[in-house]
Write a protein that binds this ligand. Structure first.
Ligand SMILES: Nc1ncnc2c1ncn2[C@@H]1O[C@H](COP(=O)(O)OP(=O)(O)OP(=O)(O)O)[C@@H](O)[C@H]1O
Ligand code: SF4
Ligand SMILES: [Mg+2]
Length: 349
C-alpha cells in the first residue's frame, strides 16, 4: 500500500476518543407482530471506530453487514441500542435532523453503476451535498473539481455523465461524492466487490491514502477477509447478525479462534487450484460450509448447526464474547479452534 505525502486536507481529527460508537445494536425488519417475532437481522452488536482507523465488518451474505451500515446512517431505525457520532447520540434523530450531519457521516455503496444518477452530470452530483451545507455557485463547483482531482480524475469531468466512465472511475466518483464535504466517518459497503482485481487494488490504495491524509474513519464492509486485511486495522466477524470474533485484523484472519472465522479463512481463494480443491473437500467433510435447513436453537450458539466442535452446551447457551489470545471470541470451545484450522487449511503435499 502506498501512502502519499500530500498535506492533510482538513484539520487533524480528535484522536483521543472514538468518532463512532455503536452499542448493543438490534435491528429488525418487518412491522407489527410479525416484525417483532422475526429473528433480528442485527442482534446486540457493539464496536467503536477511532479517527484515522478502518474497522472491517466481514461475514457471509445475509450476516447483517449492510443492515448495520443502514442503522448507522439512519436509513433503517434500530429496535435497540445506541449509535453515537463524536459522543452525540444520533440513534433516534429523524432524517431531517440528520441532514445536518451530512458532512460528517457519508457512504459509498457497492454498485458504481446504480449509485450515480445517469441523468445528472458528475458536477451536479458532487455539488448536491455541498448545497445542503450552504455552499453555492463557483465555490461549490471549485470544491467538486478539487474532489475529482483528489481521487485521480480530471476536474473537467464535472461536465460529463456517468455512462462516460468505467466501473473503477465511477467508484472513484462515488468516493469523491462521499468525501467532498470533508466527512469524519465513511461507511464503505463492499466498495470494490463489483470491480476486477487490478481495479480493486487501485481503489483500495486510493482509499488508504485518503484515509491517512485526512484522518478519516472507515467502516469497511466486505465478504472477503483478504480484502479487509488490506485496508483495516481491526475487524468484526458477523454471523446471523451477531459478532463471532473481533480484534486486530491480522490476529483475526491469521490466528482465528472462532470456527466460523476459521471456515471463512479456509474458504478464501488460494493461488494453487489443487490446494483449493483439498480445502473444499475438508470443509465438506466437516460439514462447516453450510447449515442446510437446520436452524439454531433460540438460546444457543447461532453457528451450532454447522459447527464441527459443537457440544450440548453450544445448543443450550449462547456464548458471550470473551478474551482469547488478544481478541474477543464468542465460542465455548475457542481453545480447540487451532486444530480445526489445521484440518481446514491442509496444505497440498
Ligand atoms: N429490506 C429488508 N426487508 C426484510 N429483510 C431484510 C431487508 N434487508 C435485509 N434483510 C434481511 O436481513 C438480513 C441481513 O441482511 P443484510 O443485507 O444486512 O446482509 P449482508 O451481510 O449485507 O449481506 P450481503 O453480503 O448479501 O450484502 C438478511 O437475512 C436479509 O434477508
Ligand atoms: S460455541 Fe460451540 S457451536 Fe458455537 S462456534 Fe463455538 S464450538 Fe461451535
Ligand atoms: Mg450487504
Amino acid at each position: 500500500m502506498t501512502a502519499t505525502s500530500a498535506p492533510a486536507a482538513t484539520a487533524p481529527a480528535d484522536t483521543t476518543a472514538p468518532v463512532l460508537e455503536v452499542r448493543d445494536l438490534v435491528v429488525r425488519y418487518g412491522s407489527g407482530r410479525r416484525g417483532r417475532s422475526a429473528p433480528p437481522a442485527v442482534d446486540g452488536v457493539s464496536f467503536d471506530i477511532w479517527p484515522g482507523e478502518t474497522l472491517g465488518v466481514v461475514g457471509e451474505s445475509g450476516s447483517g453487514k449492510s443492515t448495520i451500515g443502514k442503522a448507522v446512517l439512519g436509513l433503517h431505525p434500530p429496535a435497540g441500542g445506541t449509535v453515537k457520532l463524536h459522543g452525540r447520540d444520533i440513534t433516534s434523530l429523524s432524517l431531517k435532523q440528520r441532514s445536518r450531519l451530512v458532512a460528517d457521516l457519508r457512504v459509498v455503496f457497492q454498485d458504481p453503476y446504480s449509485s450515480l444518477n445517469p441523468a445528472r452530470t458528475i458536477g451536479q452530483t458532487l455539488v448536491e451535498p455541498l448545497r445542503l451545507l450552504g455552499l453555492k455557485g463557483a465555490e461549490a463547483w471549485a470544491k467538486a473539481r478539487a474532489g475529482l482531482e483528489s481521487v485521480g480524475l480530471p476536474g473537467d469531468a464535472v461536465d460529463r455523465y456517468p455512462t462516460q466512465f468505467s466501473g473503477g472511475q465511477r467508484q472513484r466518483i462515488a468516493i469523491a461524492r462521499a468525501l467532498v464535504c470533508d466527512p469524519k466517518v465513511v461507511v464503505l459497503d463492499e466498495p470494490v466487490s463489483a470491480l476486477d482485481l487490478s481495479t480493486q487494488a487501485q481503489v483500495l490504495n486510493l482509499l488508504a491514502d485518503l484515509r491517512d491524509q485526512r484522518g478519516l474513519a472507515f467502516m469497511f464492509i466486505a465478504h472477503d477477509l483478504g480484502v479487509v486485511r488490506f485496508l483495516a486495522q481491526r475487524s468484526v466477524v458477523l454471523y446471523r447478525g451477531q459478532v463471532m470474533e473481533t480484534g486486530p485484523v491480522e490476529a483475526v484472519s491469521s490466528h482465528s479462534r472462532h470456527p466460523y472465522t476459521a471456515a471463512l479463512t479456509a474458504a478464501a481463494p488460494v493461488p494453487r487450484p489443487a490446494e483449493q480443491a483439498l480445502r473444499r473437500v475438508a470443509r465438506e467433510a466437516l460439514g462447516i460450509g453450510s447449515a442446510g435447513s437446520a436452524q439454531p436453537t433460540a438460546g444457543g450458539c447461532p453457528f451450532a448447526p454447522r459447527c464441527p466442535l459443537a457440544t450440548d452446551v453450544c445448543v443450550d447457551e449462547r456464548p458471550a464474547l470473551r478474551p482469547v489470545d488478544g481478541k474477543s471470541v464468542a465460542c465455548h470451545h475457542a481453545e480447540r479452534v487451532p486444530q480445526l484450522l489445521d484440518r481446514l487449511t491442509v496444505p497440498h503435499p
